[in-house]
Design a protein around this ligand. Sequence first.
Ligand code: SF4
Ligand code: SF4
Length: 104
Amino acid sequence: MSVCQSCGACCAAFRVDFHPAELAGGNFAWDGGVPVDMTVRLTPNMVRMCGTDSAAPRCVALAGEIGQQVNCTIYHGRPSPCREFDVEHAACNRARQRHGLAPL
Ligand code: SF4
Ligand code: SF4
């Protein structure tokens, strides 16, 4: 299991906003794209993953228990901010810290 599969902190720490063209059926959808009903529309050019703007954020697409075992239920169609985020990102350890996980 990769470190991310036993973490998931970044899916429950930050707003996840992206262009609606990445939604399912959109011109820039990754494999399958993001289901529209997992998002809220912010502007004509921006949507947000549901749950990521909550007081205790948690993306609606995240399954499992943070810090134990998690998976993204739309992994192959996940939006670009998620594709660009990994353990090399400066905010990785901030997310982990927020969930009481040791820095990498
Ligand atoms: S916070 Fe870091 S280690 Fe945890 S899932 Fe995100 S990228 Fe992976
Ligand atoms: S879409 Fe998947 S990878 Fe992106 S924040 Fe949600 S659960 Fe995490």
